[in-house]
Ligand binder design. Structure first.
Ligand SMILES: O=P(O)(O)OC[C@H]1O[C@](O)(COP(=O)(O)O)[C@@H](O)[C@@H]1O
Ligand SMILES: [Mn+2]
Length: 323
């Protein structure tokens, strides 16, 4: 049975890198041009074309939205050649559409793949997120703690003062009280305007990025992608879906979620081995953005497998058609 084909993550991961690379290359001409929609569309088209070349029976579980609102890469769309392992795919062809349009840091193309039925089918609602890097005891911090308590607990576990902790937070009015709570400890806050997948990943490389903890409310789809990345790099993450109305609760029900209050750990969002690829669109602290020179585009891709914890950074110099 085709369904029984093993998830050959070692080879598949290389194909996955081409998918995120292609999306980044396609959006290159739209960096800094003020047109979010066009940039997103270019990335979506390229990602889908490349994905369909992979020898997989893929189902998009985290995608561009419901079928009626997303003509491509919609949730439930079948992708791949139809041969090969049955897999779940989570993707965000352009994570940071506004960052791309404004040429601000940390826009990425992102995709994760895992055996069928092992990625949380998160609906397009918000998720309350909390993440820290590797090396801490399990549950040193939790979503049940106040922001202040989280900073204090992490500082204690790290053996430093609270003022030596840096927390990354999306700059949104909904986070005002949280920011106040964090500031009351003396901790530093790295405010970002968008891009919480990168925000969470920062925690896994605290020595490079200077970020110890991520917290706050952002997209649930981005939460599953971030959990996939942390599962490869190490680090802990928790997420709780939040709903603003019955329509959003309905979306969760449609996605098969029955316990609306559940707090998911990283491994409950991603229950088996996963592979993850992200390519830089604009410069960031995780990967460099697209570099343009006449006739060439260069991208950097972060490619990881949770089975081995392997992390590759791949530079791709790509000839572009000149007119
Ligand atoms: O802008 P909102 O509604 O606060 O949503 C936050 C979400 O939007 C983003 O900043 C940007 O996502 P997109 O570029 O894919 O739209 C995510 O990183 C984040 O999870
Ligand atoms: Mn996004």
């Amino acid at each position: 049975m085709a369904d029984k084909v093993v998830f050959a993550d070692r080879m598949l991961s290389l194909g996955l890198a081409r998918v995120s690379e292609a999306a980044a290359v396609a959006s290159a001409d739209l960096v800094g041009r003020g047109d979010e929609k066009a940039a997103d569309q270019a990335a979506v088209n390229a990602m889908r074309d490349q994905l369909n070349l992979l020898e997989i029976q893929g189902t998009v579980v985290i995608g561009e939205g419901e079928r009626d609102e997303a003509p491509m890469l919609y949730i439930g769309e079948e992708v791949g050649t139809g041969e090969g392992p049955a897999v779940d795919i989570a993707l965000d062809p352009l994570e940071g559409t506004t960052l791309t349009a404004k040429d601000m840091p940390n826009a990425l193309t992102v995709i994760a793949m895992a055996p069928r039925g092992t990625l949380l089918h998160a609906p397009d609602v918000y998720m309350e997120k909390l993440a820290i890097g590797p090396g801490y005891p399990t549950d040193v911090v939790s979503l049940d703690m106040s922001p202040k308590e989280r900073v204090e607990a992490l500082a204690k576990a790290k053996g430093c003062e609270t003022k030596d902790i840096t927390v990354c937070v999306l700059e949104r009015p909904r986070h005002e009280a949280m920011i106040e709570g964090i500031r009351s400890t003396g901790a530093a806050i790295r405010l970002i305007t968008d891009g919480d997948v990168a925000g969470v990943i920062h925690c896994a490389e605290a020595e490079i990025t200077g970020i110890d903890m991520y917290m706050g409310r952002g997209g649930a789809p981005e939460g599953v992608l971030a959990a996939s990345a942390l599962k490869c790099m190490g680090g802990q993450m928790w997420g709780q879906l939040t709903f603003r109305n019955d329509d959003e609760r309905g979306r969760a029900a449609k996605a098969g979620i029955t316990d609306l209050d559940r707090i998911y750990s990283r491994d409950e969002m991603v229950t088996a081995d996963v592979i993850f690829a992200a390519t830089g669109v604009t410069d960031g602290s995780i990967v460099s953005g697209i570099k343009r020179e006449p006739g060439w585009l260069t991208t950097e891709t972060l490619l990881m497998r949770s089975k081995t914890g392997s992390v590759r950074r791949m530079i791709y110099r790509n000839p572009v058609a000149t007119t």
